[in-house]
Design a binder for this molecule. Structure first.
Ligand code: NAI
Length: 465
């Protein structure tokens, strides 16, 4: 006999677990199924959380090494204990995944470990080892996320040919790390190992990093990462790979020339693809598109109107916070509440040093709308707080609509950009104008003053630049 629920959610990542909690809060009898032994999905277990923990610790390490003397601190003996660093990462992950289990308990979400597949449109078989159970639900939410894409001829072994998962769990920092793909994962993990002393080379197919981000930011990011010691092969393609236990040799084609580069390990970070394997979607009449995304309508409904899909499984930017919002919105719709995701106001952050953060349209995208634009830039070298801390690299760029004055996009490269972008996100959410941003009183001295200054600059009346 199948156990009956109002809502069954497959996947306990940031999309699935938030949906489950909201569903239980709104009175639905809710079950959340995940094949991992721990909750939290990719983000908490092998993604955002472990990577940001490593980025923070190695960031501190590198600041002390590079800039201690700038702040009059004598720190010639700074050392990194790699096993302790990894233990710290595991501790942070454990705290957060246990926290999700606690939230499930508190809110009354039933959590089931196992792999779910459809028996029919309302029934799921959930298998775990030799055990299997059946679940029946009125509404089902697919939140199974995504998986790393491997390159042909270079399958992951998670030892010396690694995805981000393997690169977050090396037993020691590789002496020479090759990174294929200069996207978000590539530059973040290259930063971690560069700071730990690895010789790191990024091989990127395009002529620039992080192609989805504002070009002015990524140009500066490239210069800064080069200065930090990361080596780059842009406009370069890997055409052959030889993997030996002690060494990986890649043949790289750049501008028609072939060259061999070798390393102890290679991280392949060329993107992720939606993960719907094993769900048996074909059995219930749901077909995925050619890239593997589950097609949905404006209400996240699949070809089966009681089955919804959210997050990395559907087309769009693959970000944890986007999945969370979609999960919550679907549940609120099921309850008859009015709710929506504002896709224009979703921030995007790269946690390098300095950080890179964007919200809204890039200048190119804004131009393509055909609107007349106001663009303003304020550099942190002219910001007094940045001068106090010595973190003067980078700038804030704002793009506004000349006619309405409204902010269309904000792009920041600089220290704490991940937090500063919250001002841009709120401004976009509330439809604020550049004049309103320019009028708002910022505390002095703060980095936020650069946001005000960029808005004033766009309006042609800067004070400090
Ligand atoms: P990505 O899409 O950000 O970057 C992939 C890069 O690989 C691109 O620059 C692309 O041009 C390049 N590439 C593709 N094929 C290649 C080839 N054969 N040879 C050389 N270069 C090649 O994908 P990434 O970095 O793997 O990240 C996956 C997803 O995870 C992204 O959607 C990202 O948004 C998300 N993520 C977000 C983070 C954040 O918000 N801070 C952190 C990590 C991942």
């Amino acid at each position: 006999m199948a156990e009956r629920y109002d809502v069954a959610i497959i996947g306990a990542g940031p999309g699935g677990y938030a949906a489950a909690i909201r569903a239980a809060q709104l009175g639905f009898k809710t079950i959340c199924i995940d094949k991992r032994n721990t909750l939290g999905g990719t983000c908490l277990n092998v993604g955002c959380i472990p990577s940001k923990t490593l980025l923070h610790a190695t960031g501190l390490f590198s600041i002390l090494q590079r800039e201690g003397s700038l702040n009059a601190i004598e720190c010639s003996q700074v050392k990194m204990d790699f096993p302790k660093l990894m233990a710290r990462k595991r501790e942070v992950v454990k705290g957060l995944v246990d926290g999700v289990a606690g939230l499930f308990k508190k809110n009354g979400v039933v959590s089931l470990q196992g792999e779910a597949s459809f028996i029919d449109p309302h029934r799921l078989r959930v298998s775990s080892g030799s055990q299997a159970s059946e679940i029946e639900a009125d509404s089902i939410i697919l939140a199974t996320g995504s998986e790393p894409i491997a390159l042909p001829g270079l399958p992951f072994n998670e030892k010396n040919v690694v995805s981000s998962t393997g690169a977050l769990s090396f037993l020691q920092a590789p002496k020479r790390l090759l990174v294929i793909g200069g996207g978000v994962i590539g530059v973040e993990l290259a930063s971690v190992y560069n700071r730990l002393g690895s010789s790191v080379t990024i091989i990127e197919m395009l002529d620039r990093l992080c192609p989805a981000m504002e070009v002015a930011l990524t140009k500066q990011l490239l210069q800064i990462l080069k200065k930090q010691g990361i080596q780059f092969k842009l406009s370069s393609k890997v055409v052959n790979a030889v993997v030996q236990p002690e060494e990986v040799i890649l043949t790289v084609e750049s501008e028609g020339q072939l060259q061999n580069v070798s390393g102890d390990s290679v991280l392949v970070a060329v993107g992720r693809r939606p993960y719907s394997q094993g769900l048996g979607l074909d059995k219930i009449g749901i077909t995925v598109d050619r890239r593997g995304f589950v097609p949905v309508d404006g209400f996240f409904r699949t070809q089966q109107p009681h089955i919804f899909a959210i997050g990395d499984l559907i087309d769009g930017v693959m970000l944890a916070h986007r999945a969370t919002e979609e999960g919550v919105v679907v549940i609120e719709w099921l309850k008859g509440e009015r709710s929506n995701v504002n896709y224009l106001a979703i921030p995007n952050v790269i946690y390098t040093d300095p950080e890179v953060a964007s919200v809204g349209l890039t200048e190119q995208e804004a131009k393509e709308t055909g609107r007349s634009l106001l663009v303003g830039t304020s550099f942190f070298r002219g910001n007094s707080r940045a001068r106090c801390t010595g973190e003067t690299e980078g700038f804030v760029k704002v793009i506004g609509d000349r006619e309405t004055g409204r902010l269309m996009g904000m792009h920041i490269i600089g220290t704490h950009a991940s937090e500063l972008i919250a001002e841009g996100m709120l401004a976009m959410q509330l439809g604020a104008t550049l004049a309103e941003i320019g009028q708002a009183v910022q505390a002095h001295p703060t980095l936020s003053e650069a946001i005000k200054e960029a808005a004033l600059q766009a309006l042609g009346r800067p004070i400090n630049s």
